[in-house]
Design a protein. Sequence first.
Length: 189
Amino acid sequence: MSSLLWILLALAVLVGGWIVVAYNRLVAARQRSREGWSGIDVQLKRRSNLVPNLVATVKGYASHEAGVLKDVTESRAHVQASEGAGAGVGARQQAEGELSSALGRLFAVAENYPDLKADSSFLELQRNLAALEDQIQMARRYYNGSVRELNTRIESFPSNLVARRFGFQPAEYYEVEHAGDRLLPKVAF
């Protein structure tokens, strides 16, 4: 009977050890997804901080394009409101999508002003914005990879038993913000 007790005790230790390992892996995956979101957040804030300089530069050349400038300013305000409110990924993603659209319209307007396109501060702001967009894309890929890892651990057996018991929730992916970005470009020769 003593050997049965030792076997049950060893089995209990193994199960307990497995629960600890599974829990710690879930915590690590959740922390990586939070770290990934933080990286996106930093880059998006940097982009948002660049917008007033861009608007001021364009305003000097294209003052009668008030509607476009107003859209960019309002979109930026919406982004800042979503930052402060602790909005989820979806709400932040929507606000950032609106800002991206407004910035796209702003650059389209800038195409009509050769002096603006040649202005060194405008060109520098455009370069900075392009670099930030690349960094946002890299941060988005890291975040989505960490979310994939977390969600896989939460949904896979047997770690899903531990995840359910300790209240782990799947995270949202940061998706492409514009339906138009998903379309294939048309190329004609």
